[in-house]
Ligand binder design. Structure first.
Ligand code: ZN
Length: 440
């Protein structure tokens, strides 16, 4: 990751990859290792194992084939024989997936798991509160061919106390995705896979909730392709609507000497948390322009070179934005004087590499993870009701640390830790304008 940081110049990762084929085998191996370190699985919510590729429409696991099978099956449940592929459903309530907790004792941290239910169970649950299961209420998440399964998500009716208490009787509970994120062990691939699946499902369901009507004619929209898109039901309009993604640039601004990084605080942050600058991309703007504009607007600092790092889906923003895509950059400052835009930020300051290094207190993130995991266990047992996120973050802030940065589940953490690990030195002497991989 370090070499990529130093040498990729303005080339994004994709051209970085495509150029590697011209290199000699030894160099290619090195670059391959570097790109592996940039693998999407390094970020929470990326690397969803149900989404690696969508099966072709003729495949029984494809969205259209699975939906046709679902349509036949739903009215006949529970008398229909087990289909192939079979279906599993992940219920959500108010944006929270259904989970259970296992394995916690005096010496081990409990683990949370997504709680998949059968189609028959899903239909029975809804019927108990007077709701008919419709195939149109299920959204396709993807298949696991080796398990002969297709996975779906469903949003339960608002405030469905009957269903919630039915699940509670089985020690199953609906937990906020941010709490699940803090509670996930980021070194555990199984946990990160489940977090990515839950994130994708939440983004899709939220999008269905906020796209009920056509933006063109006001007609009702109906799900198509097993919930992967929608279409206006007005015959004279028929506008197609696709799931919304909101791109956001997030950047670590670095001084010319490569000794200090600019960190900022927003008023909504918990005390002592500092992070990277970030902002939405505007229409008609390149990524580099968005990085420079946002940095200047929020801090008055002018940015020169902009270097791409990686990206992260972020489905835990406000429900009006079902999924943000965080695009991470390093941005090299041309000026140092800070003028904070108080409407946007509480504060922004240059921080030394040593100071930032101290803030990367991994032990504290572990503590926060264990605390959040135990809290989920308590919620599932019906002991704890609160799902307050700030409590989790207060733990990770530690008792004495003057500042801390977001945990490993956030791209900001990886931008900052990459810079800290890179060490001191004049980055500009190593970074020639226009350098390409073929010249490395
Ligand atoms: Zn319309």
């Amino acid at each position: 990751m370090l070499a990529l940081f130093l040498s990729s110049s303005s080339y994004p990762t994709l051209s970085f990859l495509s150029r590697s084929v011209t290199l000699d085998p030894a160099r290619r191996t090195t670059l391959s290792a570097l790109t592996m370190s940039m693998n999407l699985r390094t970020h929470a919510y990326a690397g969803n194992p149900l989404r690696s590729r969508t099966p072709k429409s003729t495949d029984p696991f494809s969205p259209s084939s699975a939906f046709e099978s679902l349509k036949t099956l739903v009215p006949e449940i529970p008398n229909h024989p087990k289909p192939s592929p079979d279906f599993k459903v992940l219920p959500f309530s108010k944006g929270r997936p259904l989970v259970f907790s296992s394995g916690g004792d005096a010496n081990t941290t409990p683990l949370w798991h997504l709680s998949w239910i059968s189609l028959a169970d899903c239909k029975g649950m809804l019927a108990s509160s007077g709701v008919d299961l419709s195939e149109d209420s299920l959204v396709y998440l993807g298949p696991k061919v080796e398990e002969d399964l297709v996975y779906w998500a469903v949003d339960l009716p608002e405030e469905d106390g009957v269903v919630v208490s039915e699940f509670a009787g089985r020690k199953l509970c609906f937990v906020d995705l941010r709490t699940l994120m803090v509670a996930a062990d980021w070194a555990d691939q199984r946990a990160m896979d489940e977090l990515a699946i839950a994130g994708h499902a939440r983004a899709l369901l939220e999008w269905h909730n906020v796209s009920r009507f056509c933006g063109s004619c006001g007609g009702k929209t109906v799900p198509k392709e097993a919930g992967r898109r929608k279409q206006c039901s007005n015959e004279t309009c028929k506008k197609r609507v696709y799931p919304r993604v909101d791109p956001v640039v997030i950047m670590l601004v670095i001084d010319r000497e490569n000794d200090r990084a600019l960190l900022s605080r927003q008023s909504r942050y918990v005390p002592r948390m500092w992070s990277c600058l970030a902002g939405f991309i505007e229409p008609g703007e390149s990524l580099e322009e968005a990085v420079r504009r946002e940095t200047w607007e929020e801090t008055g600092i002018e940015v020169g070179q902009v270097v791409y790092h990686s990206s992260q889906p972020w489905p835990v923003g406000p429900s009006s934005m079902p999924c943000q895509l965080m695009l991470g950059f390093f941005a090299f400052a041309k000026t140092l004087d800070i003028t904070v835009d108080k409407d946007e930020l509480e504060d922004a300051q240059w921080h030394s590499r040593e100071g930032v290094k101290k803030a990367l207190a991994f032990a504290e993130y572990r503590k926060a993870q264990r605390t959040a995991a135990s809290k989920i266990e308590q919620i599932c047992k019906g002991v704890e009701r609160s799902q307050s996120l700030s409590t989790d973050f207060n733990v990770e802030s530690g008792e004495l640390a003057p500042l801390f940065i977001p945990g490993p589940f956030a791209i900001a953490h990886h931008l900052i830790s990459t810079w800290v690990d890179q060490g001191p030195g004049d980055i500009h002497s190593k970074q020639q304008p226009g350098v390409s991989l073929s010249s490395l």
